[in-house]
Design a protein around this ligand. Structure first.
Ligand code: R1P
Length: 219
């Protein structure tokens, strides 16, 4: 896919996640989700890649959840397990690949937190997300991953850290969307290298077949 739908654009979460069910019906087994996010973990630098190991569905806590409403049993069960949404095998494969490509210094694993946006976080909000265990924050991805996991798709998630999120009232820098786009453009080639190698090697991981799909937006 080129682009995605966002909650902040006014789309329902049913529409935001609809492509996942289409992929499922098409026979896709694995999806790769990429996004741009702000770094909360103080070790992260702008331009780093975070392999998503888990997420926090903040809108979901407030009832903005793509699986609310009658469950469609054709896709999955009513109460899906979400503790292993991001495949361990795929994470290991991509970490091996980034090490081989010499990218280890700027690749980390971490927890992505979704907020609805469209405003970037206040400092108090950012501090709260950090205390809650989030390493990065963005406005996408989690609904799609939730629906993908519900219908049995395997997921790899990569997040490009496009800006550092301020946790400190004395910091003067202000995040803006142009910076997000600029860093995404700057790192596009590196991410393409990782993904091309990942796709070429994905047959090494048990049960992956060629039915993979890349789903990205800013990156
Ligand atoms: O769509 P993704 O890649 O998550 O992009 C992120 O960057 C945009 C804000 O600059 C938001 O859309 C946010 O979610």
């Amino acid at each position: 896919m080129q682009g995605r739908f966002h909650l902040y654009e006014g789309y329902s979460l049913c529409k935001v996640t609809f492509p996942m069910r289409i992929f499922k019906l098409m026979g896709v087994e694995t999806i790769v989700v990429t996004n741009a996010s702000g770094g909360l973990c103080q070790d992260f630098k702008v331009g780093d890649i975070m392999v998503i190991k888990d997420h926090i569905n903040l809108p979901g806590f407030a009832g903005q959840h793509p699986l609310c409403g009658p469950n469609d049993e054709r896709f999955g069960i009513r109460f899906p397990c979400m503790s292993d949404a991001y495949s361990k095998d795929l994470r290991k494969l991509v970490l091996d690949i980034t090490a081989e490509l010499g990218y280890s210094n700027f690749v980390h694993e971490g927890v992505y937190c979704m907020v609805s946006g469209p405003n970037f976080e206040t400092i108090a909000e950012a501090r709260m997300l950090h205390i809650l265990g989030s390493d990065s924050v963005g406005m996408s991805t989690v609904p799609e991953v939730t629906v993908a996991k519900h219908c049995g798709l395997r997921v790899l998630g990569l997040s490009l850290i496009t800006n550092k999120v301020s946790l400190d009232y004395s910091r003067e820098e202000k995040v803006n969307h142009e910076e997000v786009l600029q860093i995404s453009k700057m790192r596009a080639e590196m991410l393409q290298n990782v993904l091309v190698t990942f796709i070429a090697r994905s047959h090494q991981v048990e049960t992956i077949n060629n039915s993979n799909c890349i789903y990205s937006n800013a990156v």
